[in-house]
Design a protein around this ligand. Structure first.
Ligand code: ADP
Ligand code: MG
Length: 484
């Protein structure tokens, strides 16, 4: 028999609110209630068929926010009011204010929904009221802080084989922003090769040549963060409007938009608006467009509209030029032999090269001795040993497997035996704590588990480690091994 969905949903909300209130009372938090009310006032129960509950949400953001913040509470509410094994579905019904948006098919867990026709774009007068951390309230667009680092100029950028093409294009763009065919300019390459530097350099040069132009540099993490808080405070329209005001938008490390589908939708609209109005867009990424994962195809194809160019690891000559330049600027003299040694040995990227030069300078000042080849070698080996390893889901799995003496294959299998299932839950917990991966992504990497399994695992470990001494010890020791 089908239950009356409105009553069921109201009961669920009441249950969640009651439990929230008790948390609030205990912890003296007063803000919780506001965001809860705000969030769930936009969520409508659509259907409840054989324990399949579909909620209508205004955007992917709501879905992600509920999953990240309220899922265990919601699960408990559903269990209490509907029973065990309830499946939750979302129907996304988005309304982003844009003029040129086409209706988009949203694919939500195998179901498709037609987004309604968007409303008219907002009144430009709105621009004055934009709520954005980059803007001083009440001040016009000319005063937007570009967030550019004044030291990352073209002058301070050493050109060589590995970056010549990109830097030439970047200089051309700076002379005629938005008016060349290099729009967007998509710069990709490994870590520390100079992507961020070049991106700032173009921005600074544009400001230099055209002081009236609005240039804005933003990391994609910050962009995502701002978008999330804009969505929370119902000011997505302000957010869009703000970004659509700029003449040159630079977004660094765009690969982090991966899997952030609500932010991607917003980025898409901003991109098209700017592009259609002849504004310059500069993007950097650690991957070429073809290799970017979990970014909508319509966005990836736009990455390729202008010019996509790679900065490679610096070759020997470039490295040598960088060493000489850096030493010269710091007023340090090193023998030709030592310069050569640095340029030959430190090959990975420019960031590491500069880091090592800084350390070498610091060590020799500290020791108050002349730098010798032996001392240089010793310094480099010390620095290399101190390098932090990167933490990803795979390294976490390795650490957990080693700790419990189990094979990775077992960890990723479907077995529910406790001696495997518990380490697996720990691995999921650490993946959520120490990487940026979503529940879905973690589930995929843990041998194709459902995201709800991952959430349950995280909750379980978190709860158990509070009350269970053994679990507390596991968490502490594995954490140390992960960061070892
Ligand atoms: P990425 O963004 O590619 O990871 P960055 O632009 O942050 O790398 O560069 C790392 C460091 O190396 C920065 O301090 C930057 O100023 C410096 N750097 C990179 N390439 C060059 C270059 N060709 N000349 C001078 N400094 C460089
Ligand atoms: Mg960078």
């Amino acid at each position: 028999m089908e239950q009356d969905i409105t009553i069921v949903w109201d009961n669920c909300l009441r249950f969640m609110r009651d439990n929230l209130n008790s948390i609030e009372e205990k912890e003296g938090i007063s803000k919780l209630d506001d965001s809860f009310t705000l969030l769930f006032s936009k969520v409508k129960p659509l259907s409840l068929v054989e324990k399949n509950l579909t909620l209508q949400v205004p955007s992917d953001f709501y879905k992600e926010y509920i999953e990240d913040n309220y899922l265990s509470l919601l699960s408990a509410a559903l269990k209490k009011n509907i029973g065990k094994g309830v499946k939750l579905w979302y129907s996304v019904k988005e309304t982003i204010p844009q003029t040129h948006e086409k209706p988009v098919q949203q694919q939500v867990k195998g179901q498709s929904f037609q987004t309604p026709k968007p409303q008219q774009i907002m009144n430009p007068a709105f621009a004055q009221q934009v709520v954005n951390p980059f803007v001083v309230p009440g001040i016009k667009k000319i005063n937007i802080n570009s967030q550019l680092n004044p030291s990352l100029t073209f002058d301070n950028f050493i050109e060589g084989e590995s970056n010549k093409f990109v830097s030439t294009v970047a200089k051309t763009i700076a002379k005629r922003p938005g008016a060349t065919s290099f729009n967007p300019l998509f710069i990709h390459g490994g870590v520390g090769v100079g992507k961020t530097h070049i991106a700032h350099a173009v921005g600074l040069e544009i400001k230099n040549l055209y002081p009236e132009k609005v240039v804005l540099y933003v990391s994609s993490e910050k962009f995502i963060q701002q978008f999330v808080s804009a969505a929370k405070s119902q000011s997505k329209a302000d957010f869009a409007n703000f970004y659509q005001m700029v003449d040159c938008l630079i977004i660094d490390d765009i690969q982090f938009l991966s899997s952030k589908s609500a932010t991607q939708d917003m980025f898409f609209h901003i991109f098209d608006h700017l592009h259609q109005n002849g504004k310059q867009i500069i993007l950097t990424s650690d991957k070429a467009p073809v290799d970017i994962q979990d970014v909508q195809e319509r966005i990836v194809s736009r990455f390729k509209w202008g010019l996509s160019a790679e900065i490679k690891s610096p070759d020997y000559t470039t490295r040598k030029k960088i060493v000489i330049n850096k030493l010269h600027r710091d007023g340090i003299a090193l023998s030709e032999e030592l310069i050569d040694y640095l340029a030959t040995e430190v090959t990975a990227n420019v960031r590491e090269l500069i880091g090592i030069i800084n350390s070498v300078i610091a060590y020799s000042m500290l020791l108050k001795t002349e730098m010798t080849l032996d001392l240089l070698k010793e310094t480099i080996s010390k620095i290399s040993a101190n390098k932090k390893k990167t933490i990803n889901i795979s390294t976490i799995q390795d650490v957990v497997c080693k700790y419990f003496g189990i094979e990775k294959e077992k960890l990723l299998s479907k077995t529910r035996k406790r001696d495997i299932a518990m380490p697996r839950q720990l691995a999921m917990y650490f993946a959520k704590e120490y990487t940026n991966a979503t529940f879905v992504k973690i589930g995929e990497e843990m041998g194709g588990k459902d995201h709800s399994t991952v959430m349950y695992a995280c909750d379980t470990i978190r709860d158990q480690s509070k009350v269970d001494k053994q679990m507390k010890k596991f968490v502490k020791e594995i954490k140390e091994k992960i960061f070892e």
